[in-house]
Write a protein that binds this ligand. Structure first.
Ligand SMILES: *Cc1c(COP(=O)(O)O)cnc(C)c1O
Length: 232
């Protein structure tokens, strides 16, 4: 508990300072605690320590933890198979990982049946990495235009995962580029689209991401790891 409390305090301080460097406040940044390595007891503790938003990258684990802590806000941040959409529609606060058209269609179908809408972020493969999920930069505009056809889907922003680099600074151009794309597209009007969120930054690079305009960060190890990391 002590370690978790310290980790959360440190992360919050670092978010606050990075926000100030970008002309904002810590309260402008939504912290999503990625609990994929945490057990349910730790998730409960984190909730008691003031963390209200949690992220999971696998549906099974997400379901298990949502049931254990339904009062928290849950985010799906990992690749979602189309046959699992029923597990998240109407249940999660935000899907960060809408990464392909087929998935958009399946989510829309399911949500329409349930009479709900699905809040999602469009995942962009900004570094153009071959193995990485996400819509290619060149396809983002076409995707957003087409979302107008899917009446039960809502796109509230963009998300990216920066490549794992030795140095967080190396990810800065990627974050900056996605911010610029988001700002540019936010000035246009697409049906069912309201680009207000930018989900980027993880334990190793969240300060750089915030400096470059992120307003949602997804942080796992810096919160839930037991050992002190040399980064502190
Ligand atoms: C695990 C994960 C994170 C958090 O990573 P940490 O390095 O532990 O902070 C963020 N986003 C996604 C999509 C993840 O799978």
């Amino acid at each position: 508990m002590k370690q978790l409390r310290e980790n959360i305090q440190k992360v919050r301080q670092r978010i606050e300072r990075a926000a100030l460097r970008s002309g904002r406040n810590g309260s402008d940044i939504l912290l999503v605690a990625v609990s994929k390595t945490a057990d349910i007891a730790q998730v409960h503790e984190a909730y008691q320590l003031g963390i209200k938003h949690f992220g999971e990258n696998r549906v099974q684990e997400l379901k298990r933890k949502m049931e254990a802590l339904p009062e928290a806000e849950w985010h799906m941040i990992g690749r979602l198979q189309t046959n699992k959409v029923k597990d998240i529609v109407g249940k999660v606060t935000l899907l960060h990982s809408l990464d392909r058209w087929k998935l958009a269609e399946k989510l829309n179908e399911r949500a329409a049946v349930q009479g709900v809408t699905v809040p999602a972020l469009l995942q962009v493969n900004i570094a153009g990495e071959e193995k990485k999920a996400g819509v290619e930069m060149s396809d983002v505009e076409a995707f957003l235009s087409a979302v107008g056809e899917l009446s039960a889907l809502r796109i509230y922003g963009l998300m990216t995962i920066a490549p794992l680099l030795e140095d967080a600074e190396a990810a800065r151009p990627i974050f900056r580029e996605l911010y610029q794309v988001k700002e540019k597209l936010a000035r246009k009007s697409y049906k069912n689209v309201e680009l207000k969120f930018l989900s980027m930054g993880m334990s190793q690079d969240f300060e750089v991401a915030i400096e470059e305009g992120a307003n949602i960060v997804r942080i796992g190890s810096a919160i839930f790891d037991q050992k002190d990391s040399p980064m502190y």
